[in-house]
Design a protein around this ligand. Structure first.
Ligand code: ZN
Ligand code: ZN
Length: 245
């Protein structure tokens, strides 16, 4: 028990530090350091709601507690040897190592699309998802601002990964960092990729702060996480640049 308590505390520290350092750095760069240049890349120029950032940080810390439990699951799976976690990369090779990262991102992408659509159903939205949508204008701090139930839903698929396929701990850590940075950038309210470039195939299949910013502003369409493939396939994709034009 003491072993898991120490690991949980460690995870809380690491996940909090990750949130404050990465979201904070992004916020500082766009809102404080490069203010003049940031005007050209801003997605939604409307003002934030009163005390938005303290609210988002408070909700994100709730998420940190839930996500740390997800991390603890990985420790448990490793210690109890009830998973497919392996330690020697050569056991499956480097190609599989890289593939397993893409596999996690792909499965997470499909899972997020459908659970996100479910959260937009009237019976769930007000109760669970409206906290995330209080931020009509997003900030990097919005990236983990969820109701605790939504945090549980979000982490659930990652909890299953070590039991689903052979998984190296480093691949899992890389996946969680890619997921986190994608989330911070997606909520950053600044799109640094020029309009012509982000609308060119195949880059237009990737989600962007403009695409997710549209979702926050209009509370409909663009439910995807990393890509908009599932939105395109199910008729929920809206190109914010075309709308603006
Ligand atoms: Zn939503
Ligand atoms: Zn969001």
């Amino acid at each position: 028990m003491a072993f898991y308590s120490v690991k949980y505390l460690l995870l809380l520290v690491v996940l909090s530090a990750r949130y404050f350092i990465i979201a904070g750095l992004f916020f500082y760069l766009t809102q404080k350091l490069f203010v003049a240049a940031s005007h050209k890349t801003v997605v939604n120029a409307n003002p934030r709601f009163k005390k938005q950032i303290p609210f988002e940080i408070k909700q994100s810390l709730v998420t940190v507690f839930i996500f740390a439990l997800g991390g603890l699951n990985f420790v448990f799976a490793k210690e109890a040897r009830v998973s497919q976690i392996y330690f020697d990369v050569h056991e499956y090779g480097w190609a599989y190592f890289v593939f397993s990262i893409f596999l996690m991102l792909m499965v997470n992408d499909i899972y997020f699309y459908w659970t996100h659509r479910l959260l937009h159903r009237r019976r769930f939205f007000g109760k669970y998802h409206s906290i995330h949508h209080r931020s009509k204008v997003t900030t990097p701090w919005t990236s983990q601002s969820f109701h605790w139930v939504e945090s549980v839903i979000n982490v659930f698929i990652a909890v299953l990964f070590p039991y689903m396929f052979p998984l190296h701990p480093t691949a899992y850590i890389i996946f969680t960092f890619v997921a986190f940075i994608n989330n911070v950038y997606g909520h950053g309210n600044h799109d640094f990729v020029p309009v012509s470039f982000r609308n060119r195939t195949p880059f237009n299949l990737l989600n962007s702060p403009s695409i997710h910013g549209y979702h926050h502003e209009n509370v409909t369409g663009n439910y995807g996480l990393y890509t908009n493939i599932w939105d395109r396939l199910h008729g929920t994709y809206i190109n914010p640049d075309e709308r603006k034009a």
